[in-house]
Design a protein around this ligand. Structure first.
Ligand SMILES: [Mg+2]
Length: 227
């Protein structure tokens, strides 16, 4: 039986690109200034990074583009100060997670103030038993794999009693796989299915159906005709 689900935040529970332009502008302007000012990057690469900043955590972007430690440091210093103060909306199916039995854990990678401000703006903290920020730029950062492992140990859970739900194959899906936790990739919008995820769903309703058909939670309705 299911004892816990570890949820990702960005593009799992809310569309990261839905942050209003005026709220994101100071952050994006400062990012562009650092990238243009560092003298390491061509314009096309800067444009790529400005696009990817919505879809991937900064450490992943840095790896992908070989950003120097110096640039990464400057970006870290810059992002560490940002928080959002605007209205954000979760995906409209958010309430379905109340029907999912067991502990609900939210683990999100990013800069602490920014991620915490997103959760505040979304008003979704009450859905979760625990919220953990895998905080970029903090010296004691553990990463998702260690966070998941410590959670299993602290709650004395076996990997098969837990499910990881997220969109990013290089982040939570990879971390879950390495610990033997079943991983479900949620494909919101135009996301590509990753072969590394154990399963794929389009939304939370299908996630719940998937748990039911695996016998991990009792059926919510005998007439349910989802997948
Ligand atoms: Mg995500």
């Amino acid at each position: 039986m299911l004892k816990a689900v570890i949820y990702d935040l960005d593009d799992t529970l809310f569309p990261a690109r839905s942050v209003p332009e005026e709220a994101a502008r100071p952050m994006l302007t400062a990012l562009r200034e650092v990238l243009e000012g560092c003298g390491e990057l061509k314009a096309a690469r800067i444009a790529d990074i400005m696009e990817q900043v919505w879809d991937r955590p900064l450490d992943e972007i840095a790896r992908l583009h070989g950003l120097s430690a110096e640039v990464l440091d400057r970006l870290g210093g810059l992002f560490a100060g940002f928080r959002l103060n605007c209205e954000l909306m979760p995906y409209p199916d958010i309430q379905i997670i109340e029907q999912v039995p067991g502990l609900r854990i939210l683990v999100t990678t990013g800069f602490r103030r920014l991620q915490e401000s997103k959760i505040e703006c979304l008003g979704i903290a009450h859905y979760f038993d625990r919220i953990i920020v895998d905080a970029l730029g903090e010296p004691e950062r553990k990463g998702k794999q260690a966070i998941f492992r410590e959670f299993l140990e602290a709650c004395r859970l076996r990997p098969e009693e837990v499910v990881v739900l997220g969109d990013n194959p290089h982040s939570e899906i990879d971390a879950g796989n390495k610990l033997g936790i079943p991983t479900v990739q949620i494909l919101r919008g135009r996301k590509q299915a990753a072969a590394s995820a154990s399963f794929h769903v389009e939304d939370l309703a299908r996630f719940l159906r998937w748990l039911e058909t695996r016998g991990m939670c009792p059926p919510s309705s005998p007439m349910s005709n989802g997948r």
